[in-house]
Design a protein around this ligand. Structure first.
Ligand SMILES: [Zn+2]
Length: 145
């Protein structure tokens, strides 16, 4: 079970839940990265909202072992996120590589306001920003990308 997917209050803006279009998961078959992509949300969007007309269904495909599965949000909670790391008693996690890249920008205080994740800046865990700002921690995050 992945707590990250439970929709903590930090992910509820104006009472609406937002879903990432793409989620990088750990393949339970081979342990490598599998990518779950929402079936309806168009490419170019990073997120959609619970009020958007897209089904809450993702197709997860592992390019390494070929396993694949269609899943809803509840089912996705049974999978581990690919991008996560424990650092200084913080569990840092990201939905996908673009999200992690943005977290790194934020920790480095080099935010590109045009980044597709910039809108979600306010959701980032404040303690990550405080505790991980040293170069050696930033380098560990970068090594995940
Ligand atoms: Zn696999």
């Amino acid at each position: 079970m992945n707590n990250h997917m439970l929709g903590s209050s930090s992910h509820a803006r104006y009472g609406h839940f937002h879903y990432p279009r793409v989620v990088a998961l750990k393949c339970p078959g081979c342990g490598q990265q599998m990518i779950a992509t929402n079936l309806d949300c168009p490419a170019g969007y990073e997120h959609f909202w619970d009020v958007d007309p897209y089904r809450g269904l993702w197709a997860a495909v592992c390019p390494h072992c070929g396993s694949g599965k269609e899943m809803n949000w509840e089912q996705m909670k049974d999978y581990e996120l690919w991008y996560k790391l424990s650092l200084r008693e913080e569990e840092v996690w990201a939905w996908n590589s673009g999200h992690l890249a943005f977290i790194i920008q934020k920790v480095e205080k080099k935010v590109d306001k045009a980044h597709p994740w910039a809108y979600f800046e306010a959701y980032l865990n404040k303690s990550w920003l405080v505790k991980l700002s040293q170069e050696r921690y930033i380098n560990k995050l970068k090594a995940l990308l």
